[in-house]
Design a protein around this ligand. Sequence first.
Ligand code: EPZ
Length: 428
Amino acid sequence: MNTLYVTGGSRLEGTITASGSKNGTLAIMAAALLAKGRTVLTNIPRIGDIYTMVDMLRALGAQCEINGSNTVAIDASELTSAEAPYDLVKRMRASFTVLGPLLARKGYAKVAMPGGCDIGARPIDFHVKGIQALGAYVNTEHGFVEAEADQLIGAEVYLDFPSAGATQHIMTAACLARGVTTIQNAAMEPEIVDLADYLTAMGARIDGAGTPTIRVEGVEELRAVEHEVIPDRMEVGTYAVAAAITQGDVRIERVAPKHLEPFLSKLRDTGAVISVDDSTLRIRANSRPVATDIVTMPHPGFPTDMQQPFVAMLSIAEGTSVVTENVYERRFRYISELQRMGADIKQDGRSAVVKGVERLSGAPVTATDLRAGAALVVAALAAEGKSEIIGIEHVDRGYECLEEKLTLLGAKVGRVDHERKGITLCLA
Ligand code: EPZ
């Protein structure tokens, strides 16, 4: 386990640049399988999950290279396999979404089922339902999903819940189906819109991305293109919370402010002063945050991925906050680690009551998933004394150049990597 050491108490001040969206990049890399030729994606984050998706595309026979300027080149002209191995899907559930594009290209796909993770069971039933609706024969046994279809056929798909992954997956596969596909109750996240922009540039015919109803008119084939990925709103949100909890003054450049509106509205409620100048976000705070209630919802609601870092900040707020997690059934497990730092939080089913304390105290804590780890980093930055965040590799999956960016902002951090898994050192 790799460890990040943090000495709390420094006000974060200065300017950093947002990295490209992890979740947006992963969906687009899977969709790149639809086209023969050389796809070039720019502004990608060099983080663990992207390297895992590179491994996945290579396992399918695509050529895939990341270079130092946050660019990945993918050539899926020759796909020599239609099987996605369990060890890769286990490492990152998002790689499951190669199933649809593989099926559309090769008429067959066999992909390991992703397991649950620390935030919930995370089933894939909506994905399977959508692929079946497009006319595929689907068999799920021995931990794999096998799908066959000589030709996908456009269909009406209703999602019981606006699942981001299922929306991305079905929209991608529908691009090469014969006829029209309509996705009802679709997710509306900015990453869905960016994926639709990318697919449209490839020659797909898509309307309604960003609304609850997406319409895809299938085409014969798609061409490889170049695309710049949108900024990562979750990375930006995490640094914004870190600025607020340390009563700092931080500017973040290359941001898409409109993607952050639900989150920024709640951050303002805590008393932080937020200003936006084109693509630069400035966050200032000069007192303890004020308590506020949070209810996570699919976009444009408050994003579930920001729940954990936000609770870390609310744990030292003036007053009591009630936080309700409506997207995942088990996204409060990090609370026990915050309690070890002195937080006063009581979980009651899908809600947590956060009674603000004056200060947290530094402690050795363990990260169990990506955003839980981010929450512990945020808490440690404001805590009194030293903290050790064990399992910082969870955070490396979603945050590029974490300690370099924190150091740029004046944080006192250092890390010991017991197992550097081929992740390129930050070139920031
Ligand atoms: C994406 O996960 C993101 N991951 C998640 O970010 C994010 O929290 C989530 O969307 C919600 O916005 C990537 O994009 C790689 P969902 P996804 O399908 O697509 C249930 C992070 O920290 N569900 O929108 O897997 C599911 O269990 C990660 O960056 C089904 O029941 O999320 C959950 O309760 C964490 N059946 C809810 O829907 C399905 O077939 C929302 O999940 C699919 C989902």
